[in-house]
Design a protein around this ligand. Structure first.
Ligand code: T6T
Length: 325
């Protein structure tokens, strides 16, 4: 298990992309023996720096073997928008699809059908309830990351108090696991009271409203864990709007440029940066191994780095996500 935990308290449009080589691949069904594989990457949502950074890793790795990559993502993190993209990608018969399913239930059947049609499916970041059809799955230690977020609050607020989680939507494997890890860790410390989780639908404005309302009800909240990039962005805004900046700890999952600014400004106290480019690199390697009939790792867990203001220019520097490759 690769895990880079740096426990420091101060702690990371869609592009349709075709790389140079043209695939001669026939796609789906293992008909492509040329090695110039045709890969598709379906993001959880377009324009999210986490998936952009993953795309960068995917493209760089694909280029090494002359594979081509087509990247698409829905405008929202929503299975009703992602499903038609999966259907159209499947119709284009790629050799393999790297995909971050937006829901553990809704995305299972279309991806299973794609695998049954002979397309190698690699689950990157998120997963589904029964991922047995997938050649490989690569993701962060999301539960461990949630527990780490609680540790960061614990270190900043040693006297304990009320803690809240702002997540995305139920049914997303990654953020649900982060919530579970945080909740479990919080339950083990009797000084803390877990107020539960509220869902922002991946909309920073909704997250900000939820946080402002929660602070109006419980002004003594000592810590908020925001489980992804957009939840963190909105949480920081909500705390600022409620005039509570500096009174409580905000720990955000992910490290996009906006989160880094909030860390620098002192609105957010720690970020848990994943390794999206590595997830992408590993995903391409596993896809190509599967296509070549070589041995494939069924699951790969990638690491994360806890970044604080103090470590932003040192250990956290390379962990920040990219807005473009
Ligand atoms: O946190 C990442 C990703 O891991 C999660 O599945 C969805 O949200 C992000 O893309 C960040 O916005």
């Amino acid at each position: 298990m690769k895990r880079h935990l740096i426990s420091l308290l101060a702690v990371g449009a869609v592009a349709a992309l075709a790389l140079s080589a043209c695939s001669s691949g026939g796609g789906g069904g293992g008909t492509n023996t040329s090695g110039n594989y045709k890969l598709s990457f379906i993001q959880g949502v377009a324009g999210d720096e986490f998936y952009i950074s993953m795309q960068c890793g995917i493209e760089a790795e694909a280029k090494k073997s002359g594979a081509t990559v087509n990247t698409q993502g829905p405008a929202k993190f929503d299975p009703t928008l992602q499903r038609p993209i999966v259907d159209s990608v499947v119709a284009s018969k790629p050799d393999a699809i790297l995909v971050a399913p937006t829901d553990v239930s809704a995305m299972e059947a279309p991806l299973k059908a794609a695998a049954a049609a002979g397309i190698k499916i690699i689950l990157v970041d998120t997963t589904v309830n029964d991922p047995s059809f997938a050649a490989s799955q690569i993701s962060s230690d999301n539960k461990g990351g949630g527990a780490e977020a609680f540790k960061a609050i614990q270190a900043q607020k040693p006297n304990g108090g009320k803690v809240l989680v702002i997540s995305v939507d139920p049914g997303i494997s990654t953020t649900d696991a982060r919530v579970a890890g945080f909740k479990e860790a919080a339950a083990a410390d009797s000084k803390f009271t877990y107020l539960g989780v509220q869902y922002s639908h991946n909309d920073p404005a909704v997250a900000a409203q939820l946080v402002a309302a929660a602070l109006a009800k419980d002004p003594d909240i000592v810590g908020i864990f925001a489980t992804n990039l957009f939840a963190a962005e909105g949480t920081a805004t909500g705390v600022r709007q409620a005039g509570a900046q500096g009174k409580l700890s905000i720990i955000g999952f992910d490290a996009g440029p906006a989160q880094v600014k909030q860390l620098e400004a002192g609105t957010v106290q720690a970020l848990i940066a994943q390794e999206p480019a590595t997830i992408g690199t590993d995903g391409v390697q596993q896809a190509i191994a599967a296509l070549k009939g070589q041995s494939v790792k069924k699951t790969i867990q990638t690491g994360f780095t806890v970044i604080t203001k103090d470590t932003l220019t040192t250990t956290g520097k390379n962990a920040v996500y990219k807005s473009a490759c």
